[in-house]
Design a protein around this ligand. Sequence first.
Ligand code: GLY
Length: 441
Amino acid sequence: MVNVLLIGNGAREHAMAEAVMQSSRQPRLFSYMKTNNPGIALLSEKIFIGSYNDLAAVNAFAKECRIDFAIIGPEDPLNNGVVDSLKSVDIPAVGPTKSLARLETSKSFTRHLVEKYHIPGNPKFRTFSSMEGIEAFLDELDGIVVKPDGLTGGKGVMVQGDHFQTKAEALDYCRQVLKEHPSVTIDERLEGEEFSLQCLCDGKTVVATPPVQDHKRRFVGDKGPNTGGMGSYSCEDHSLPFMDRKDVVEGIEITQKVADAIYRETGEYYKGVMYGGFIITKSGIKLLEYNARFGDPEAMNILPLLKTDFVDVCKAVVEGTLHTLNIEFEKKASVCKYIVPKGYGLPKDHPDAQSTSAKIEVGDVGQARLYYASVDKREDGLYMSTSRAIGVVGIADHLDRAEQIAEKAVGAIRGPVAHRPDIGTGPLIDKRIRNMQKIRG
Ligand code: GLY
């Protein structure tokens, strides 16, 4: 018997809860959530609804439930120091301490770490704590990316061409960032195709999960505003159609070097997920950023494919014994499509913008798996909120079949909802392949 505490309430955490409960180690799941996720609640022996800032409440719940280890889903509790707090009552966690979570929460920490330890992958960058020198540095760049230092809920990074056009606009945004954050990091903008490489780390050993491609834009054809992620896919050969094998190998090598550098820099072992956002450019792969957690939606692509017992994997992370486990994933493809309220990501004055808090009906979803995100189960059915509602995942031997399973299931969910029908389809993937061919020359 093993008592597991899960912190988080999204679709990513629903997939984590499912992976825990598929373990043969007789797990008992206890879930601390900000708002009730009916999918997680159903899998849990006991739940607690509370704030991620209330570390005393987390500790009290963990002690009451005699927790053996905790798994932290989202970045906010990591940034609040939940792992340090649990450590103070002898409960280990899959997730880094507040200091090591800087890998995600401080863009400048990561860029400087990579630079200091001569790890490849940084683009041209500089960090500024005042406006002094920013204008001159912008003149050196062909394209600009502005990154606030601190958590911004995925909404803080501004890319020239996407979010702003001119150098003057970049300067304005830097001014605004410096009013709210201690520093701002400016990267050169890179051209290429992105992939997410979610690695498990026990402080010494790094183990990669299959690469995934996320789709941040709200609308078909990668149009519209950035979102938390509208869906994602992974392939049966554990590569992506536009990638070379060496791209994954380089991503793992960079991540291993970063794990080693973190230990040398801080004297602390990083235990948790190191999710690298990489981009394949004409001069090889570059690091866009690290996240200190699984990706949402990317966790829904890889956790259902995990063949190794997830509880054993988590224990190996906290005990520092990942090197003794042979972590395997099924050779299958996965496609995740997020069901969102029709108004998600639309300007407030758009006629569809008020489609939130509406009721949805879930019909026959066939072989697809559903992971609940922001949905509320009331006596008369399921209701959406303002955010992403349900992750719909198709899994099959080939990508096209996985896409069909997900798309068919999406059609069985009725209400004022939207999704991206193009995720995982041939035409969008061909576009990525052609783009990569053009870039590689
Ligand atoms: N898929 C984007 C993220 O999890 O941050």
